[in-house]
Write a protein that binds this ligand. Sequence first.
Ligand code: MIG
Length: 723
Amino acid sequence: MKKAILNEFTTLYRFGIPFETDATVFEKNDLVFEKCEKIDYFSIVEKENSTTLNIKLSNDDKVYGLGETLGSLNKRGKVYRLFATDDPIHTPEKDALYGSHPFVIISNKFGFFIDYPGEIIFDISYTKFDEMIITINSNNFDIYIFDTKKDIEVVREYLKLTGKPYIPPKWAFGYQQCRWSYPDAETIKDVANNFRKRNIPCDAIYMDIDYMENYKVFTIDDSKFPNFPEFVSEMKNMGFNLVPIVDPGVKIEKGYDVYEEGIKNDYFCKDENGEYFVATVWPGYTHFPDFLNPQVREWWGEKYKLFTDLGITGFWNDMNEPSIFFVPKTLKEYLKKIDELKEKEVGLEFFMIKDEAVNLSNRREYYKSFYHNTPQGKYSNDEIHNLYGYYMTKATVEGFEKIIPNKRYLLLSRSSYAGHHRIATIWMGDNMSWWEHMLVNIRMLQSLNLSGFFYTGADIGGFGSNSSPELVIRWMQLGVFSPLYRNHSALGTRHQEPWAFDEYTEEILRNTIKLRYALIPYLYSEFFNSVDNLKPFISPLFLHFDDEISKNIEDQFMVGNSIMAAPVIQPNAKGRYVHLPENKWLYWKASNHKYRNVKVYEPGDYYIEADLNEVPIFIRENSLIILNEEDINYVNEKPIKELTVIGFVNNSAEFTYFEDDGETYDFNSGKFAKIKIVVNKENNRYNFEVEKDESEDFVSTVERIKFEIYDEKGNKHTEIIEI
Ligand code: MIG
């Protein structure tokens, strides 16, 4: 083992000769290593082909991190297996999901990141209460230790190491509608018309696998989309972005260009005998592109031109764990077993055979049986398993750099590895329409934000199983604060578009979505602010408040610096318990973005009311939020001329509004405007200051600012300033 000191806080410990992942952004060639024997806090046991790290935990230690995992926000009490897995049933005992983010914070002590792309198992206070036992399936890996007691500094060090979070286009902050599937142009048009006709804002409609011809990637089924280019521009004119799905498995079919090119250029993964590996997914028998090979990425990335040439800039890369239904051999063996049972009277065998069918999918042995041709040599998928989704996404992004340079994109991937947050993002995979999964959504928003995935979200309303009106309402209300605000549901389940239930539900959902649109100036400004400061956009209370209770609160979270969200996530509830830390709070029971129903609370613990049509919003003392109160159908429909500032100010507060073109990276070269808004209270009088900071290259469209400031008694003070 050897070590290299990177900066005041961060030290790299290297074991053996690791596979170099793409997780970090610093120049590795400059490293100066020295020999070393131990790592503070860890006891280390190196075995043949695996390494165990042991960390002692005190009773009061709190452990956060691990990005996309199940379990509580404080990760103690469970085993987590980081091995990308397509598992659509997120029940509490499950140990693996789609991504791997091996970054951990031991609160008020230190943090660490294990850069290893194969299987890692974290047993955190599961086997033994006072221990974290980490098993790495290798002797070759890097560990970065972030030696600072401040949790926020640990997060910053991790983000300095792995890079600034990705910034999607502004329209991606709007509402997005998805369904498996809206299979053809007519259905999508119908969905689009419903939004406009019913006066419900929406910015994007997704296209799931049925748009393809026999699930062949980079094809569009002509019979379902007779004039695709015209259809795309029709949608654009109505203000909708289309977001097609892209799957990695390439159908084996003579004459199909993607397949033929892949074979001709030797782009697919092979098995131990040098034959192309065959996996079955949606299209039937497929080959997997070897995204760890740079030439393959170059080829794949340009394929998105099919869509980007028409102006499409949103995509979701699915199935890239990669998910494998079965391989031909295991299915044959299975069918043979059934054959043998045909003539028998079966009892017990039925159960075995039934479970065996499920176990044909995603077997570990499959991942051990195919290989990647990387610039660092040949590796089995199992050894670098957690990188496949990342490299598929890297292929996409490298393509975008050429085919849509300087255009921001919405790019979701299902699988990911540490560092993925720099180039794109993820959604949280196949959840269910269960109340319990709202809490899972909230926890993951926070832990993914700690790992740099600032813009992310779960399937609102739940993907699998049937939703109810109340569940969708509460989930859509939670979604007001989810950076990715996408409602999605699975084949065969109940529809959950805003009008899918009854008029009462539709009316509430309309107001909920409008509230979200009103908040976009706040969300967008704070998002940029978070990225600039490497500070989570959605953050757990423990990053803001020092009191003991806040450290274990997981169903409330901060959105930027001024808002605390406390969604109602129980059925039949008229409110919920909240913890209001440190300062006074202004509670806005938001049933509508134009109607204020506010009340001042002293710090403490309360049961607060929030009826089914009310979204709880807590505004922190001495802070401001910003609204666009004008009704809009989609984000870029009209320039914003007037902003409403709502503040809860007892001394002074400030906020900086950020504005740019919303779709390019020109903000990097100064094309943006900022408006600094300051509210001061002196001798019971409020002073308002507005300072515009714009350049010749970019002028703000805002002409007027309306102030609505509340004091500690809940009295309102108003002012209008023309700028
Ligand atoms: O195995 O494309 O997570 O969002 O709708 C199912 C169909 C494949 C899984 C994705 C989901 C998507 C679905 N896909």
